[in-house]
Write a protein that binds this ligand. Structure first.
Ligand code: ADP
Length: 489
C-alpha cells in the first residue's frame, strides 16, 4: 500500500510532544511491514536539520492558491531516520514556517490551513496517488475536506483518509474566513453537520471538519475514545463523534523500541535489560552526577513532560516539596508555552536551588530525558486527561514505576500494584482516581512506602513493567486493518 502521512510533527526533526513520536514510529512500522510511506511536513526553520539526511530540492515552483493569490513554494526531500520526508517551504510574505517555534502564533489557523492546501496541491502536481492519506490533529483537519470538496474533482479520486485525534484540547477554532482562504465555500460548509462548531456560534472547527470528512477516525487509546464520546473530555465534539461512531475507534499508541529501550539506548550511561536490571542503578548514579544531586539511599521521583494544565502541573508543584520531605529526590524536565506556568516553575526552582535532593530543568532536552527515564525509580503522570501518554509507556520499558491518574491511555497501560483487577504479574505501577492532591498523595505514599519497605516487591513491579510490550507491532497491525477496510476495493 502507498500511504502518505500529512502531519505537523515528526520526531526527531520536528517534535513538540507525542504526536511527533507517533508519526515517526507508525511510519517506520508500516515501512517494516513492506508498505511505501511518505511524510509531508512544513519546512520549519527550527527543525533539527542535523537529523535530516540528503536534503535536496524535490519540486520547484509549486504554486498554491491562497486567499485569491498564488503562493510560490518549494518542496524539499530528505531522509529522517530512514523515512522519506517532504518539506513544504512557502515563500510568502507571512513567513509561515520561519518563526523560530512550531506553534503559538496568532495565525496558526492560517499557517496550517495553508499547509493542508499545499500538501494536496503537491500530491496532485507531483502525481502522487496514495491509497491512504493519514492526517493528524486539528492542523491537518482540512485535508479530507479539501480532498472531497476540491481535489477529487481535479482527479484525486482514489485516496481514502484516516484521521487521528491526538488531543481534543486543541481543535482549531477559526472564523469562517479560514475556509475562504483555502478556496472553500463557507456557505455550504458552516452547518452543524459539517464544520460549524456545536457550541461557539459562527465558529469553524477544523478538527470537526476532519472527523466529518474522513473515512475513518481514530484516537490514541481505547479509554480516551470512550471518554471523548461520553464525557466532557469530548470538549464539545461528543455529539459529532457519536453521529460518526461507526467509523471511530481507539488504538493505543506504540513506542519505538529502537529509540526507547534500555537495552540499546546510546544516550544512557549503562545499558540494561530485565536480566541485568541492577545495572539500571549506574544510570541513577550518572543522573545524580549530571544534575548535582547527592548520592544517598533514596528513590528518585521524576516528571518529564510539557508543563501544561492538562498534565496536572499544580499537582506536580505540590509533589516536589512532598517528595523532598518524604525521603525522596525529585527531578523535573519540562517546559511550557505559557509564560505564567514557566514563571511558577522558575520560582520553584529558585526555592530549591541549593537543595541537594532536587533538580528542576526547565527546557526541552531529549538527551536528558533518556537518562531520567533510565535513572529514576518513580515517574509521575498526574494528568487531568491523557489521550495516550508516552511518558508512562517509555518509563515502563526502563523499569521506572509510573504513578498515574486513572484516565485515557494511562488507564490502558498502568495497573495498580494493590487494587488492579489483574493477576500480580500484570501489575506495573500506581493509579489514583481523584484529580486532586489527596488522590496523587495516596498513590505516591504507597509507592514510596513499597520502595523503602518491600524492595523485592518493588523490583517485581519494575520487571512487570519492563515485560510489557507496547511496541508498534500491535498498533501497526490495527492501522493496517483500518487502511484495508477503507481503501478503494
Ligand atoms: P504530549 O504529546 O501530550 O506532550 P506524551 O506523553 O504523549 O505527551 O509525549 C511526550 C513526549 O515528549 C515523550 O516522548 C517525552 O519524553 C517528550 N518530552 C516532553 N517534554 C519534554 C522535554 N521537556 N524534554 C524532552 N522530552 C520531552
Amino acid at each position: 500500500m502507498f500511504i502518505v502521512m500529512v502531519a505537523p510533527e515528526c520526531a526527531p526533526v520536528a517534535k513538540v510532544g507525542g504526536l511527533g513520536d507517533v508519526v515517526h514510529g507508525l511510519s517506520k512500522e508500516l515501512g517494516i511491514r513492506g508498505h511505501a510511506v511518505e511524510i509531508i511536513l512544513p519546512k520549519y526553520d527550527c527543525m533539527r536539520y542535523d537529523r535530516i539526511h540528503g536534503l535536496t530540492m524535490s519540486y520547484q515552483d509549486l504554486w498554491v492558491p491562497f486567499y485569491g493569490q498564488w503562493i510560490h513554494c518549494d518542496v524539499h526531500f530528505g531522509w529522517v531516520d530512514g523515512l522519506k520526508c517532504f518539506f513544504i517551504d512557502p515563500h510568502s510574505p507571512q513567513n509561515f514556517f520561519n518563526r523560530g517555534v512550531f506553534y503559538g502564533h496568532q495565525d496558526d489557523g492560517a499557517r496550517f490551513a495553508f499547509f493542508c492546501r499545499a500538501a494536496l496541491e503537491f500530491m496532485l502536481k507531483a502525481n502522487k496517488h496514495p491509497e491512504i492519506i493519514h492526517c493528524h490533529d486539528w492542523q491537518t483537519g482540512l485535508v479530507p475536506v479539501l480532498l472531497y470538496e476540491v481535489y477529487q474533482h481535479l482527479g484525486m479520486r482514489h485516496p481514502r483518509v484516516c484521521y487521528t485525534l491526538h488531543n481534543l484540547g486543541h481543535q482549531g477554532h477559526q472564523g469562517e474566513h479560514i475556509l475562504r482562504q483555502v478556496g472553500l465555500n463557507p456557505g455550504a460548509l458552516t452547518t452543524p453537520d459539517r464544520l460549524l462548531d456545536d457550541h461557539r456560534p459562527g465558529t469553524v472547527n477544523l478538527m470537526k471538519g476532519g472527523i466529518v470528512y474522513s473515512n475513518f477516525v481514530t484516537t490514541v487509546s481505547p479509554t480516551y475514545a470512550h471518554e471523548v464520546r461520553h464525557t466532557h473530555l469530548g470538549m464539545g465534539l461528543q455529539r459529532i463523534l457519536n453521529v460518526h461512531e461507526r467509523k471511530f475507534g481507539g488504538i493505543l499508541n506504540g513506542v519505538d523500541y529502537n529509540v526507547w529501550n534500555p537495552e540499546v539506548d546510546t544516550h544512557i550511561a549503562r545499558r540494561y535489560s530485565i536480566a541485568t536490571v541492577q545495572d539500571k542503578y549506574e544510570n541513577k548514579t550518572a543522573l545524580r552526577q549530571r544534575l548535582w544531586l547527592r548520592h544517598e539511599f533514596k528513590p528518585i521521583v521524576s516528571f518529564v513532560g510539557r508543563l501544561d494544565h492538562q498534565k496536572g502541573v499544580h499537582l506536580v508543584f505540590e509533589a516536589v516539596p512532598y517528595c523532598l520531605n518524604h525521603g525522596c529526590q525529585f527531578v523535573l524536565l519540562g517546559s511550557s508555552p505559557h509564560g505564567h506556568i514557566n514563571g511558577l516553575f522558575w520560582q520553584l526552582k529558585q526555592r530549591f536551588n541549593d537543595h541537594p535532593d532536587c533538580h528542576l530543568e526547565i527546557g526541552y532536552d531529549e538527551d536528558l530525558a533518556h537518562l531520567i527515564y533510565a535513572g529514576s525509580d518513580l515517574i509521575l503522570v498526574p494528568s487531568e486527561y491523557e489521550p495516550c501518554g508516552l511518558t508512562q509507556i517509555i518509563a515502563l520499558k526502563y523499569g521506572t514505576v509510573p504513578v498515574v491518574r486513572n484516565t485515557g491511555g494511562l488507564a490502558d497501560t498502568v495497573f495498580d500494584a494493590n487494587y488492579a483487577p489483574r493477576p500480580y504479574h500484570e501489575r506495573n505501577g500506581y493509579v489514583f482516581n481523584d484529580y486532586n492532591w489527596t488522590g496523587l498523595e495516596s498513590a505516591l505514599r504507597r509507592a514510596i512506602g513499597l520502595w523503602y519497605s518491600y524492595p523485592q516487591h518493588f523490583r517485581e513491579l519494575m520487571i512487570n513493567g519492563m515485560r510489557c510490550d507496547y511496541s508498534w507491532n500491535h498498533p501497526g497491525r490495527h492501522y493496517l486493518n483500518i487502511y484495508d477496510y477503507i481503501r478503494e476495493p
